[in-house]
Design a protein around this ligand. Structure first.
Ligand SMILES: Cc1cc2nc3c(=O)[nH]c(=O)nc-3n(C[C@H](O)[C@H](O)[C@H](O)COP(=O)(O)O)c2cc1C
Length: 463
């Protein structure tokens, strides 16, 4: 039977575990940092002499850790892209904006184990020779910001922050910046704009890759809350040991947030790729199945920006049998292991690990209207296809829900979505808003057709 593998959530929700520093230290907290600060230079695998900081970066590279903020970008690779030649200070930002509907994992860490995040951040800053760092926290996490302020004060008093940390000669200050509750501020370049005090319009990449031109045009690392906690475990265990957890190219553990029509919604930490979607939804140790008498209708595997899977849908995956030379095999979408690579190969994405389960009581038109309203509200408005398209999509769906759908509306929804998607916008928000529309309308064609009295694919007529 599939089971949780708690690393980051090891202490969270244990009786008597509190977010203060004494409790964290009683559970071994800050020991990894103390050890890391005593690390000396040593020879690397290629015979080159590595500084202590390079050794730490090497461990993260060896761990093959992938970012938990959504894109699954390899953390070691990101750190290797930091421009260390410009002479400018290097900054680190913890992305604690967590606004993807269905995601609620970072919040648990911020509220219940803030020192684990701080230890991960201090280690990441030390490894990257950063002396100033920021936590950009979602505006709605008011209590979370208070908890973090207290944790920072405790860490400063204990000598883990400030000047000459634990006598090592290393200085670091961490600042908290509260957002104002905008989804776009989770996009790293919009976040940086917001942190600099401007309207959060995402920046154009290239040239504004944060690792080169980030905060105040300095090289900047932006990492997610969970990623930074994972860094602490990578350094504690060693990169090679960490890489033994999970599956190839999807190492370690990750936290999944299960919500919607399951009996046991919540957050679960699993070895990446060792548990299938079916197990996550139906096993007693996870979602515990659907309510009495209900049937599964659909699963959104990676937050509302991801493509929906229809219950019973067959997806094509490359065969793992070497003799079949990667030939595609059809697999039930529910039977794919939950990891970055497989969910992407199956045509969707695992994103920030937000799985939303829909049963046969849910109207797909209503669910999409809900999602579309969110995107229309949250589009920053910088790019015309996204600003106008997200609004039109939402308006059309509202009209369908009022019973005023027109036969051509499903085609119209697809046409607008396709005009937003495919790199026509500065940031990935455009694609994020188009994906659910495209997948809901094509995979639940009959439901949208019935709601509009239309046939998808038929030429769109006039009024
Ligand atoms: C519209 C949009 C919203 C995003 N929201 C978040 C968020 O709330 N939290 C987050 O960590 N990453 C978010 N991201 C991803 C970030 O841009 C960035 O890739 C991430 O913080 C990098 O951290 P990681 O490498 O540790 O995953 C968002 C991206 C987009 C396009």
């Amino acid at each position: 039977m599939a089971a949780e593998r708690r690393l980051i959530l090891r202490h969270i929700d244990q009786p008597g575990y509190t977010p203060d520093i004494d409790c964290y230290r009683r559970h071994g907290g800050y020991k990894t940092l103390e050890k890391a600060l005593r690390l000396e230079a040593a020879e690397g695998p290629d015979g080159r002499r590595l500084t202590p900081q390079e050794r730490l970066r090497q461990e993260v590279a060896v761990s093959q850790l992938r970012g938990r903020g959504g894109a699954g970008f390899p953390t070691g690779l990101k750190w290797s892209l930091v421009d260390r030649t410009s002479g400018k200070p290097i900054h680190l930002i913890c992305n604690a904006d967590e606004s993807e509907p269905g995601a609620f994992k970072d919040r648990q860490i911020l509220y219940k184990d803030p020192h684990q995040l701080l230890e991960g951040m201090i280690l990441a800053c030390y490894a990257n020779e950063a002396h100033q760092a920021w936590i950009y926290i979602r505006g709605e996490f008011i209590q979370g910001a208070r908890i973090l302020e207290k944790a920072l004060e405790e860490a400063r008093r204990a000598g883990f922050l400030g000047n000459n940390i634990l006598g090592s000669g290393y200085d670091l200050e961490i600042h908290i910046h509260r957002g104002a509750g905008a989804y776009i501020c989770g996009e790293e370049t919009a976040l940086i704009e917001s942190l600099e005090g401007r309207r959060p319009y995402p920046r154009v990449k290239p040239p504004f890759y944060p690792t080169v031109f980030g905060l105040y045009q300095c090289p900047t690392i932006v990492n997610n809350v969970e990623t930074l906690c994972a860094v602490k475990h990578v350094i504690e265990m060693g990169g090679a040991e960490y890489a033994k957890l999970g599956s190839p190219n999807n190492t370690g553990t990750r936290i999944v947030c299960l919500s919607g029509c399951v009996r046991r919604p919540g957050y679960y930490e699993i070895e990446t790729g060792k548990v299938t979607l079916r197990e996550l939804i139906f096993e007693e140790s996870f979602g515990g199945g659907l309510r009495e008498g209900r049937r599964l209708k659909a699963v959104i595997p990676g937050g509302v920006s991801s493509r929906v899977f229809r219950a019973g849908e067959k997806v094509k995956l490359p065969s793992s049998d070497p003799s079949e030379q990667g030939a595609a095999r059809a697999v039930d979408a529910l039977d794919i292991p939950y990891d970055f690579t497989t969910v992407a190969a199956a045509g969707s994405m695992s994103g920030a690990g937000a799985i939303i389960v829909l049963d046969d009581t849910v109207s797909m038109v209503e669910a999409l209207a809900n999602i579309a309203e969110f995107f229309a509200h949250e589009s920053c408005g910088q790019c015309v296809p996204c600003r106008e398209g997200s609004f039109w999509i939402s308006e059309i769906l509202r009209r369908i829900l009022r019973g005023e759908g027109r036969p051509q509306d499903p085609d119209e929804l697809l046409r607008i979505a396709r005009n937003i998607a495919g790199g026509k916008t500065v940031c990935a928000f455009g694609d994020a808003c188009a994906r659910p529309v495209e997948s809901f309308v094509t995979k639940f064609e009959e439901e949208f057709r019935a709601a509009c009295g239309a046939r998808i694919g038929a030429p769109a007529g006039g009024e």
